[in-house]
Design a protein around this ligand. Structure first.
Ligand code: CA
Length: 258
């Protein structure tokens, strides 16, 4: 959880207490406060319980008064509250919460070759909302044996052309795309990279042909793309080979960081 989110929950929680605090009988109980934080703060029950406990143990009357007056709780109270919530959530005291979704240690230096698996995906068609969904093509390959497997993306039907769009955390000047196909490989007809400005370039187009291996990892070299890309569109056409479902387990982007 990001620190700013916790601070916003702090402001919300303090406000809820302050609003109910016109007379002592209106001060919400812990359970009432938890329910209000869930409802107003868009956070889940566990976070709300941690926030409520942290609030009661870390905010002073002066902090509440400051919040009622439209100000912020003291920096000390914010830090104490944030650490108490993080401590509650993780069981350990965290003094330096991550400042972005990508941990600092995982961000590569610029100018180095970097390989990464897709972190997000969607498709023009998918067989399921969970199993066989586009999301099943993210992360490292996890289908160990050739076959129809819900841990890979499959289109809705066995008789269509469909495009899988995969996205990556770190934009790179691309040198290759590897597509891991776990069932009926060979149906790829087009691969397109999309750069950080939204401009797309077709880097492969071809006619489907039956793959020799399954699962198959097909590497498609890329040359001539000079703007960093973070998205790839992979189009398959099942109608040419007519083998049934063609499934994609994972997609890897290789390139040089900016
Ligand atoms: Ca997979």
């Amino acid at each position: 959880m990001m620190k700013m989110k916790i601070v916003s929950v702090l402001a919300l929680s303090a406000g809820l207490i302050a609003c109910g605090g016109d007379s002592s009988s209106n001060v919400p109980t812990r359970d009432e406060l938890v329910a209000q934080i869930v409802e107003s703060g868009g956070v889940d029950q566990v976070v709300a319980e941690c926030a409520a406990d942290a609030l009661f143990s870390n905010l002073t009357e002066a902090d509440l008064t400051a919040v009622v007056a439209g100000g912020d709780p003291s920096a000390e109270a914010q830090t104490a509250f944030t650490n108490a919530v993080l401590d509650c959530l993780s069981g350990t005291t965290v003094t330096e919460p991550p400042s972005s979704d990508v941990p600092a240690t995982d961000v590569p230096a610029s100018g180095v070759e970097y390989s990464q698996w897709a972190s997000n995906a969607f498709a023009t068609s998918q067989y399921g909302e969970t199993s066989w969904s586009a999301s099943e093509s993210t992360g490292e390959p996890n289908v160990v044996k050739c076959g129809d497997n819900g841990m890979a993306w499959a289109p809705m039907t066995t008789t269509e052309e469909a495009t899988l769009t995969v996205q990556f955390d770190i934009p790179v000047i691309p040198s290759a795309i590897s597509v891991v196909q776990s069932y009926n490989p060979g149906a790829i007809t087009s691969i397109e990279v999309v750069d950080v400005n939204g401009d797309s370039t077709v880097v492969y187009s071809g006619v489907p042909k039956v793959g020799a291996d399954c699962p198959a990892t097909s590497a498609f070299p890329i040359t001539g793309v000079t703007t960093a890309v973070d998205e790839v569109n992979i189009t398959i056409d099942e109608t040419v080979l007519d083998l049934g479902w063609s499934e994609v387990d994972a997609v890897q982007l290789v390139g040089v960081t900016k």
